[in-house]
Structure formats: C-alpha cells, structure tokens
Write a protein that binds this ligand. Structure first.
Ligand code: SAH
Length: 226
C-alpha cells in the first residue's frame, strides 16, 4: 500500500509541489494497521489504495489522500492538532503518530464512540474525540498548530476553523465550489483540496492543491432549519 501511495505522490508531484512524502509520514503509514479500522466484510481490501465504506453512509478515506493531507499539514512532534471528521479514526491514528496531541470531532455518534474505543484499545493516549459539529471547530482546546478536515466544506472554509488556527499554523481542507445546490452525488462535485496558512502576524494565505472527492461536511450551524 505504501509503495502505491508513493507512486501516486510522484505522479501528482506538480500539484503537490513536492516529489515525495515526508519520511515521518511514510513511517506512520507503514506502522498503523489499516485493517483494524475497516469493517470485517471489507478487511481483505484494507490495504488497497482506495476509499472503503464504513457504514452510516461514510467512508474511510483513500490512503493516498490521508498521506497527502497529513504531509500538507506538516505535523511537528510538539503540535496540537485538530481533525474534523473522525470517521473510523484511521487518519486520527496517523496524526497521533506524528503530533503531541490530537483532538478529533465527529458528528455521527455511531462512528465517534467506536472510533474512540478503537484508538484507546490501540494505545493512543494522545487522542481525544468529541461528538459534535466540527464546522464550529473545538474552541476549548484552540489554538491548533494544524487542522485537517476530512469532509468537504460548502463554498467557503468554516470561519471558526480559521479563527482556531495558531499563528504559523496550517489548515488542510477540501472545499466544494460547485454552483449546483444538490450536494449528491458528491463524486460529481467540484471540490478542491486547499491549504490555508496563518503567519506569525495572523495574515491568511490560501493555496489550491488538487481536485478531490470527499463526503460533505455537514454544517448544522449554517442550516436555517436546524
Ligand atoms: N478521517 C476519516 C474520514 C472519514 S469521512 C478517515 O480517516 O477515513 C468524513 C467524516 O466526516 C464522516 O465520518 C462524517 O460523519 C464526518 N462529518 C461530516 N460532517 C461533519 C461535521 N460537521 N463535524 C464532524 N464530522 C463531520
């Protein structure tokens, strides 16, 4: 699986702006056993470089996508990291291998609770999971050196996430820019992976990386019917 990811990184080097993954990211991908995050029925596909269904209409992200998002977030050993969209917790585990502390928010309780139990069983003492609306971030532990969002934001980056980014921090987020109001099927949508940086003076810079296909970020707070 890791060799396939590295080959895909090499072939997308122009988009990524770098020819290969940080060796620390490769080490984390090699160490974390992906089959432990995949439902029994799909375990034999766990090391294929593609997303898999995990129930509740959600997916475990493609390993290549987990790899490049982690790499773009440039996680340092002392970092405090926020993840939005825990899902099964695979990306959470990769982040926990690299950072000092990971906070992760998942909106579906049926996913958040097993993910928290799974990561605890696997011995990750530096992970905290909350069930809630990640479009609002997790103000209680802010600011974060890095934020990784694993569901596509609608039209704009949620302002709370930019606010909770520390000076010098990196935010990696897929943004859906399609003009159609129908957000399904999301594979047809016009999503772009973006990296947002905040400099020491608090100035924001944005960069488009490459086109992607993520499940939508539910934004309850933005829904007038909520
Ligand atoms: N990080 C996961 C990817 C999970 S898919 C992995 O490693 O594979 C995206 C997840 O985002 C889904 O579990 C979905 O329920 C969750 N999600 C969607 N909107 C959300 C929101 N507003 N807050 C928190 N989680 C959200």
């Amino acid at each position: 699986m890791v060799a396939e990811i590295e080959a895909e990184v090499a072939s997308t080097r122009k988009w990524l702006g770098k020819p290969r993954l940080d060796p620390r990211v490769v080490a984390a991908l090699t160490k974390v056993r992906r089959h432990r995050f995949v439902p029994a029925i799909n375990k034999r596909h766990a090391y294929e470089n593609r997303p898999q269904p995990i129930g509740h209409g959600q997916t475990i992200s493609q390993p290549y996508m987990v790899a490049i998002m982690t790499d773009l977030a440039d996680i340092q050993p002392d970092d405090r990291v926020l993840e939005i969209g825990t899902g099964c917790g695979y990306q959470t585990a990769i982040l926990a291998e690299l950072a000092a502390q990971v906070y992760s928010v998942e909106i579906v309780p049926e996913l958040a609770n097993p993910a928290a139990a799974r990561l605890r069983d696997m011995g990750y003492a530096n992970v905290e999971i909350m069930c809630g609306d990640g479009a609002l971030g997790w103000a209680g532990h802010a600011p974060y050196n890095a934020i990784v969002v694993t569901a596509a934001a609608w039209q704009r980056i949620p302002p709370a996430l930019i606010a909770q980014l520390a000076p010098g921090g990196r935010l990696v987020v897929p943004v859906d820019r399609s003009t159609s109001v129908a957000r399904f099927p999301y594979l047809d949508q016009d999503q772009e992976l973006m990296v947002v940086t905040k400099d020491k003076e608090g100035r924001i810079a944005e960069r488009n990386v490459l086109p992607v296909a993520f499940v939508p970020l539910v934004e309850r707070s933005a829904d007038p019917a909520a």
